[in-house]
Design a protein around this ligand. Structure first.
Ligand code: GLC
Length: 563
């Protein structure tokens, strides 16, 4: 029988799909140490975050990913947890956390926690018991005897991500233990079902407190080959032997399958079980620096990994062709369960404003918010915050310190973790302390939330506009058309749903480019600018009708054009 309502619906109109919230959200990463300090000790905390929640309402982002705030000796600034079920006093209390959840819910905000699953702190009770071989804790970590080492260099045949041997001698137990990161971060032994259960309970604990999901830390490191005595072969890469992770090809301790897969599926089941109870969808996203094909293979078993291509793979100076090559893969021959999750910056890597240059700040933010998929933005990138220079003598980051003064500038992670710049005040409105844990950026007097809020064309307000676009059907539900203009400077793509169509065209190159955008799926001659990057000329202002046969974009210029 014909649907009586159908005749009132225009033929171009399609029913909007019922997508899970994590497919239509924007994720904002908060590094709690650096976001907002409420008690004047120079380190950000949960109360500080609570005091800034209206900022997210202003921006229009709904999901907050909080880097770790759990009890920790802070050897790796919280990525070394000594109690998974409590808040470190530096960051506050469980009461503060409950208040955070409550205040988030009042504002319609969601929370993702960092789930540091690969390793604990060496001060964790489990490790302390394990080194004494106490009861079930004996095999909670990856232990091995020194005496069967094949040669004196054995301990270097598996290199830690932070450099140096991945094996540490434990005097008390008279055995080596494995650590993919710092010696203070011993790897859990996930071949032990008790460990799997223990960590699933941690997950459950936070879900019961109202969180919406997890960012899964370092999942590729979860397993080591069962036969732990196999050496990793040299990678052939031109990096200093032994002291650098990339010196060896980590075939025996990186994304070991099928074990990794099974564990991620298990954790996804923990989330799904919760849904069966209360009907609420949860989200789990993996931290995994890998390629699109591996992400696609992961999607087959239901795991979503952050796409780090725009963080890690781009050559500088930028090439739009290279970028589009990486982007296009996300939409070509992917399994149905695949969902792109773009990232441009995070707490481990140089800030995009520094790495790619300040002129591309809006361009990247526009790209991130208009591509099909779920974007994650790192705190401060909405302001175009730069990496701050931190002298090696003042370095805080253990990885940076370990790697030494010559290479600190290349690998140190302090510069991208400096305090959020709220105001032009002495400590950028981040803290009342005279000594924040890292120095505030030198440009905070000009670059801060307060001043950018007042400027319609600031990075902040432009990002807010790009985020707002995502409520339109074409960006929220729509597909992406890639067969548009592409050359070394300009990339363009179409977002469409029903009769709604938008062309996004951005110049990431070094030169101006004048292109005819009428071809391919665009197939019209004009359109209206609905969003742009801050420095475009007046003829590309919002509301202008654009002649698509000859559109000139200068480096860093980007437009969203309604067709
Ligand atoms: C992840 C985190 C990084 C941390 C490491 C060890 O890569 O992003 O900050 O140092 O795991 O936990």
């Amino acid at each position: 029988m014909a649907n009586p309502a159908a005749s009132t619906i225009s033929p171009a109109r399609r029913d909007t799909p019922d997508l899970p919230w994590w497919k239509t959200t924007v994720i904002y990463q908060i590094y709690p140490r650096s976001f907002k300090d409420s008690n004047g000790d120079g380190i950000g905390d949960l109360r500080g975050i609570i005091s800034k929640l209206n900022y997210f309402v202003y921006l229009g982002v709904e999901t907050l990913w909080l880097s770790p705030f759990f009890t920790s000796p802070q050897a790796d600034f919280g990525y070394d947890i000594s109690d998974y079920k409590d808040v470190d006093p530096i960051f506050g209390t469980m009461e503060d956390f409950r208040e955070l959840v409550k205040q988030c819910k009042l504002r319609g905000l969601r929370i993702l926690l960092d789930f540091v699953c690969n390793h604990t702190s060496d001060r964790h009770e489990w490790f302390q018991k394990s080194l004494r071989k106490q009861g079930k804790y004996k095999d909670y970590y990856v232990w091995t005897d020194g005496k069967v080492l094949p040669d004196a260099l054995f301990s270097y045949h598996q290199v830690s991500v932070f450099g140096g041997s991945a094996w540490e001698w434990c005097e008390e137990r008279q055995q080596f233990y494995y650590h993919a990161f710092l010696a203070e971060q011993p790897d859990l032994n996930f071949r032990n079902p008790d460990v799997v259960e223990e960590m699933s309970l941690v997950m459950k604990y936070w879900l019961d407190l109202g969180v919406d999901g997890f960012r899964m830390d370092a999942v590729a490191n979860l397993f080591e080959s069962e036969d732990i005595f196999q050496d990793n072969p040299p990678s052939g890469k031109d990096v200093p032997p032994v002291s650098h992770w990339e010196y060896l090809k980590p075939v025996h301790n990186f994304y070991v399958l099928p074990e990794c897969r099974d564990l991620l599926v298990h954790w996804q089941n923990v989330l799904d079980k919760e849904k069966q109870i209360d009907g609420k969808e949860r989200f789990m996203v993996q931290e995994f620096y890998t390629d699109s094909d591996t992400r696609a293979a992961m999607a087959e078993y239901g795991a979503h990994a952050f796409n780090m291509d725009l963080v890690e793979e781009l050559t500088v100076p930028l090439s739009a062709t290279q970028m589009m090559g990486l982007i296009a893969k996300e939409y070509t021959d992917r399994p149905e369960s695949y969902w792109p999750t773009f990232v441009v910056g995070n707490h481990d890597k140089a800030r995009p404003a520094t790495k790619y240059g300040p002129r591309y700040v809006d361009a990247f933010n526009m790209l991130l918010m208009t591509l099909k998929g779920t974007p994650t933005i790192y705190y401060g990138d909405e302001l175009g915050m730069q990496d701050s220079s931190v002298a090696y003598e003042e370095a805080q980051d253990p990885f940076g310190i370990k790697i030494g003064p010559e290479r600190y500038a290349l690998f140190g992670r302090d510069p991208c973790r400096t305090p959020m710049q709220w105001t032009s005040e002495t400590q950028a409105g981040f803290t009342t302390s005279r000594k924040p844990w890292l120095p505030v950026g030198k440009d905070h007097e000009q670059r801060n939330v307060q001043s950018q809020k007042k400027d319609e064309k600031s990075h902040l307000n432009l990002l807010k506009e790009y985020v707002a676009l995502r409520s339109k059907d074409a960006f929220k539900y729509g597909d992406i058309g890639l067969d548009c203009v592409l050359n070394k400077n300009v990339l363009a793509f179409l977002r469409f749903f029903g009769s709604e169509r938008y062309l996004v065209a951005i110049n990431f190159g070094q030169e101006s480019s004048t292109d005819d955008h009428r071809g391919g799926p665009v197939a019209v001659a004009t359109g209206t600018v609905v969003a742009n990057t801050g420095a475009v000329s007046d003829d590309l202002a919002k509301g202008r009708t654009i002649d698509l046969s000859s559109l000139t974009l200068r480096p860093g210029d980007g437009l969203v054009i309604q067709l």
